[in-house]
Design a protein around this ligand. Structure first.
Ligand code: BTN
Length: 315
């Protein structure tokens, strides 16, 4: 299917005969593949009698060759359920880390707190970095917050200046989400484990129906199409630098940088844990990356994957 897409990606018309000749298949087999392509990837393909087939919009596809100089090996998939799920399958098969899994599309992209992550074909970055951690808990200390800083700086590399972080690891432009991070772990965190660092970045997405919160994309913010291969290479570099430093110093050397970029530092917030709500003022984060809230004059810390933060209306 990818071969057919590569032939069509220029957005020009291609006759069924020419496509068939290039793929070594019949015109009716081309037609069948195109139907499958439309259904699986949600792409719109124009069919005009006498002219052939044309993608409604030109596409830039990820290119494995473009990752050959990357600091992590990158494995490119066309369509997967979730790059994090694929990472777990590779870990179970014994594939030795570190490595990165990226995909053109996810059919069951996972967000935090059981949410779905909108993952249309060839528009965004769906990325999972697999690391083996055998240094004990220190190596996991506030790891997802450090990953947030790496993503934030990757976005800045592409000219987005007004990016910020929202505890624990949303990446925002103003109040709109542009990237999300989902860390999942397998093994014994106190001994040897694998951590899957899942990152979704909205790159060229300009419309979406299934996103349940305000969102934006790199393209919407910069007014330009952005090369996703370049985003992945830049993300690899930023992550490598941040993770190397984190392995040596833990979170301590990132604490100030993280709080400086926290968009809700000092704001009145409500912390939600299911139906339970705590109102307070954000003081910052502690050494483990837990949120420090001032609640009725008392300092409290909160951590855990199921928590979420909202601005209070009067903030
Ligand atoms: C969030 O809810 O903010 C976290 C979203 C994480 C999405 C990324 S996309 C790549 C990786 N694979 C997944 O299924 N999820 C993460």
């Amino acid at each position: 299917m990818l071969t057919l897409l590569k032939l069509l990606k220029d957005g020009h018309f291609h006759s069924g005969q020419a496509l068939g000749a290039q793929l070594g298949i019949s015109r009716s087999a081309v037609w069948k593949q195109l139907q499958r392509l439309e259904a699986d990837s949600n792409l719109s393909i124009h069919k005009v009698r006498g002219r052939g087939y044309q993608l409604a919009f030109p596409l830039d596809l990820l290119d494995e060759a473009g990752f050959s100089n990357s600091c992590y090996p990158v494995h490119l998939h066309e369509i997967v359920d979730s790059t994090n799920a694929e990472a777990f399958r590779q870990i179970n098969k014994g594939h030795s880390a570190p490595y990165v899994i990226v995909a053109e599309q996810q059919n069951a992209g996972r967000g935090r707190r059981g949410r779905n992550w909108e993952s249309p074909f060839a528009q965004n970055v769906y990325y999972s970095l697999v690391l083996r951690v055998d240094g004990g808990l220190r190596q996991l200390e506030a790891l997802s917050l450090v990953v947030g800083l790496a993503v934030l700086n990757t976005l800045k590399d592409f000219g987005l200046q007004a990016v910020g972080l929202k505890w624990p690891n949303d990446v925002l432009v103003g109040d709109k989400k542009i990237a999300g991070i989902l860390l999942e772990l397998v093994g014994d965190p106190a001994d040897v484990c694998h951590v899957v660092i899942g990152i979704g970045i909205n790159v060229n997405m300009r419309t979406a129906t299934g996103v349940g919160q305000p969102w934006t994309s790199m393209s919407l913010e910069t007014g330009m199409r952005v090369e996703r291969n370049e985003v992945i290479n830049a993300l690899n570099k930023r992550l490598k630098n941040y993770l190397n430093a984190h392995a040596v110093t833990g979170f301590s050397s990132f604490h100030a940088e993280w709080e400086k970029n926290h968009v809700w530092q000092g704001r009145d917030v409500s912390l939600m844990a299911g139906l339970h709500q705590v109102d307070g003022v954000v003081v910052g984060v502690d050494q483990q990356g837990a949120l420090r809230l001032c609640v009725n004059g008392e300092l409290r810390t909160y951590s855990g994957g199921e928590l979420s933060l909202r601005l209070r209306d009067d903030s």
